[in-house]
Write a protein that binds this ligand. Sequence first.
Ligand code: UFG
Length: 329
Amino acid sequence: MAILVTGGLGYVGSHAVKLLMDSGREVISYDNLLFGHKEASSGSTIVVGDLLDLDKLRDTFDRHPIDSVMHFAALADVGDSVTNPHQYYSVNVTGSLNLAKAMVEHNIKNLIFSSSAAVFGEPEVVPIPEGHPKNPTNPYGRSKLMFEEILAEFEVAYGIKSVSLRYFNASGADPSGLIGEDHTPEHHLIPIVLQVALAQREQVTIFGGDWDTPDGSCIRDYVHVTDLAQAHLRALESLENGGPSAVYNMGNGSGYSVKEVIRLSEEITGKPIKSVVGPRRAGDPARLVASSDRIKKELGWEPKYPELRTIIKTAWDWHSSHPNGYSVR
Ligand code: UFG
């Protein structure tokens, strides 16, 4: 039997596909190639398709012996979601509904869903436990929360079981050096900082220097992408073994400020990284740090690369050996 991985050629999806392939699974990577790269397939079967194309989804389930789905495909830029909410609800909610509909039609019951720390909004307590109130501060976070809630209803109505994994800040690159992060345009902090180290950008703009944090810049919980991928495998195995639906926060429980990320990146790369403080970015909470105790306790997940230093080092190994990402220019 095969696993369908939507967004399987994107950043986090490709890391899960690699682990699935390494463990001998048959994998179908369903991706519209907007942010995905064929070079990131790890030998999985590629289906070029869009979540908004319900017939293509149906056709994919018809053609392949799929029994579980990992759902990564989404639009995931917080700032962009504030200016383009229609697109975010369309892809992340309507697209996900199409996928769930095709699953119901094909009697497929197991789904691992890429959710986000953005469902919480400004936290009342940190580290944030799963049960923390959900008040998303941007359409991206709301779109993820909506689909989490839809999944609970789909379990009651159609028997689809799901594990939603709420990523905090996915970062780093697989230590194999074969796959890594390659977004165009790039919005994420660590790759942008490393592009400055590679002299591909002149400087990084720190989005706000007046946040209520010790150094005035935003605090985030960076979690290694290979550790996230590993959590997907654990979650899949749990559902396959009859485990219940669940929601888990995925982070390391340590927060680092934007300025700390820049300083540590200078140390790791040995290059000066010029930064300037600019205005705050719309939709950003000041501080997001996860409590991931629940997935550790219930699924035995343990991050292999919890140190920010290792996360930045693996990202640097990838970016410095692939300065143009997957494309050879
Ligand atoms: N930042 C800058 N300058 C930049 C880019 C980012 O200062 O050029 C800051 C952001 O304001 C934020 C931090 O660096 O404080 C990290 O920003 P990213 O864009 O790398 O990541 P986000 O925290 O905005 O978002 C990420 C994921 C989302 C997820 C969120 C939850 O991309 O999908 O983490 O924490 F919802």
